[in-house]
Design a protein around this ligand. Structure first.
Ligand SMILES: Nc1nc2c(ncn2[C@@H]2O[C@H](COP(=O)(O)OP(=O)(O)O)[C@@H](O)[C@H]2O)c(=O)[nH]1
Ligand SMILES: [Mg+2]
Length: 271
């Protein structure tokens, strides 16, 4: 039987929600707006279906179905139906986490964000507040967004760690800034590579537990950049024995996620 999980992505239109979803998943799951006007009132969902092979019994496989909910722009949240729909996702299913996106200088409704974070924290849903498209504004605008995130999250938990540009608030929330795709401003001669995505994925991994963690690993299973860059750290935090992994890498070259995820799940179960 398939196990169902949800992830909610929230924020205003055109802040980079779809671009972030694609960067996290390591493939095009969400349509980005490009130059088109994409303001929509509808909830969009992307469903990822994964089959996992159990480590011991090759016959016994569990299916994971992960639904990523791309919610309409925060401006329309006052509408009763949207709020109702949103609460339904938050309370009636098992969201792994809520990822809130705001780009530098973007429209920020802190009252709405607070309502959202309140709902999540009461329901034990991990919150990742992300300043998306970080180079699209100046550093002042970016810091403004990050300061808002920090003061909001500090109300729920003191900041417990500040590492790799990620602030952690216990195991309940984090905030950070990312650049999900290459940023280029030809006039100013500025070019910035992708930043903060692998770190964000890793931070969420270390903050989740049990089944939610397993489902998160499946969400990012096809992100080759993450697994090739961060597999060392994953092996370390899950205490996975290194030699079989090295042997697999030597023989197979890639698809490390397919090999590593069952080992991670085994490690989660053992804990
Ligand atoms: N360079 C760069 N562009 C981005 C980033 N995030 C979003 N964009 C661009 O901003 C526009 C809106 O992004 P999109 O993901 O569709 O926003 P959404 O409406 O919140 O889903 C698109 O043209 C993206 O290419 C980023 O991190 N870096
Ligand atoms: Mg979108």
């Amino acid at each position: 039987m398939a196990k169902h999980f949800n992830i909610a992505i929230c924020g205003s239109a055109r802040v980079g929600k779809s671009t972030l979803v694609n960067a996290l998943c390591g493939k095009e799951v969400a349509q980005t707006s490009g130059s088109l006007c994409s303001i929509t009132d509808e909830m969009t969902k992307y469903v990822l279906n994964r089959t996992c092979q159990s480590v011991n019994e090759a016959t016994n496989s569990t299916e994971y179905s992960i639904t990523i909910w791309d919610t309409p722009g925060i401006e329309s949240w006052t509408k009763d139906n949207v709020q109702k729909h949103f609460t339904k996702i938050m309370l009636e299913s098992t969201p792994l986490c809520m990822i809130y996106c705001a780009s530098p200088g973007s429209f920020a409704r802190l009252d709405q964000l607070q309502w959202l974070v309140d709902t999540c924290i009461q329901s034990n849903i991990f919150c990742a507040l992300v300043c998306t498209n970080k180079y699209s504004g100046g550093s002042q605008q970016r810091n403004h967004v990050l300061n808002d995130f920090h003061s909001l999250l500090s109300r729920y938990h003191t900041m417990t760690r500040d590492e790799s540009n990620i602030k952690y608030y216990g195991n309940i929330a984090l905030c950070t800034s990312v650049n999900s795709i290459i940023y280029e401003d030809i006039d100013l001669g500025v070019r910035k590579g992708v930043e903060g995505i692998n770190e964000l994925i890793f931070a969420i991994t270390t903050s989740l537990k049990d089944e939610k963690l397993a489902a998160w690993c499946y969400t990012i299973a096809e992100n080759e950049s993450f697994w090739s860059t961060m597999s060392e750290k994953m092996i370390e935090i899950f205490n996975i024995c290194r030699p079989p992994v090295e042997e697999f890498l030597r023989k197979e070259g890639k698809d490390i996620a397919i090999f590593l995820i069952p080992l991670i799940i085994k490690a989660i179960i053992k804990k």
